[in-house]
Design a protein around this ligand. Structure first.
Ligand code: ADP
Ligand code: MG
Length: 243
């Protein structure tokens, strides 16, 4: 087998610079199409029920040092985040505009206090970094923590609720299905015997009523899809204590 030489430090630096240039070029075009900055305002404006939500902008480069065991850069808006969280009140669901660390357990997304907030920010940043999306995040999203009706939890404590995903475009809803693919629970984590499969299929037609209404909500549907191009997916979930 031909020997592949390991890149020299100079070559590694050049690769890192090239990567940075690509990130900057993409960021200059505006928020990622999957950013909550794009999908959340039309959903809220259409009057659909949403958890109370506040955004705090930041620059991902300001938090990268924590991945090397160092302090965030001075421009990381920690005070603004603490103030916003205090204004909203705890507990809070923490995520970036691109994703949450939902597979990593509540320690990564549920903040009961200011001390938890710092931990959630760090763990969520690391999660988004592992997903290779963190350089495209633009803000933190602090959300009212919902009580989600569920009959089992997965991924170290995430309540698996009656969450449905809708694919829609200007002409209406194309299809919808249970949010979680069955394979997500293959190892069943700490699900009870029977797990996801029995839970999902033993409840035929148990789509939450609000979701059913969404399918026949033409004016709002049009409003939503008009503001976004192409097929769009809208997760819908029923909060509350019921399973
Ligand atoms: N405000 C909230 N309160 C409690 N749990 C939530 C809240 N928002 C989301 N979740 C839970 O976390 C999961 C992931 O949240 P989501 O915002 O969809 O992030 P992602 O883009 O990473 O999927 C959801 O499927 C739901 O189970
Ligand atoms: Mg989701």
């Amino acid at each position: 087998m031909p020997e592949i030489p390991f890149p020299t430090p100079g070559q590694l630096d050049a690769m890192a610079e090239e990567g940075r240039r690509m990130i900057d070029a993409r960021r200059a075009k505006g928020p990622d199409p999957n950013s909550a900055l794009i999908w959340f305002p039309p959903i809220q404006a259409a009057g659909l029920p949403v958890p109370r939500t506040m955004f705090v902008e930041y620059e991902p480069m300001s938090l990268w040092p924590i991945c090397d065991g160092q302090e965030p850069r001075a421009d990381f808006p920690i005070e603004k985040l603490k103030q916003t969280a205090a204004l909203m009140g705890y507990p809070l669901f923490v995520r970036t505009d691109l994703a949450s660390a939902k597979h990593d357990g509540p320690k990564s997304y549920r903040a009961n206090s200011e001390a938890d907030l710092l931990r959630c920010l760090g763990r969520t940043f690391e999660d988004n970094a592992c997903k290779d999306i963190v350089d495209f995040t633009r803000c933190w999203m602090l959300r009212e923590f919902l009580t989600i009706g569920h009959s089992f939890t997965a991924f170290g404590g995430l309540p698996i609720g009656r969450e449905w995903r809708f694919f829609a475009d200007q002409d209406g809803v194309k299809c919808h299905h249970f949010y979680w693919p069955e394979e997500a629970f293959e190892k069943l984590y700490n699900a009870p015997r029977g797990g996801a499969k029995s839970w999902q299929f033993s409840r035929p037609n148990r789509m939450p009523k609000r979701c059913k209404r969404f399918q026949i909500w033409p004016s709002r549907r049009r409003e939503l899809s008009a503001s976004t191009a192409g097929v769009w997916t809208l997760p819908r979930m029923k909060p509350g204590n019921g399973g």
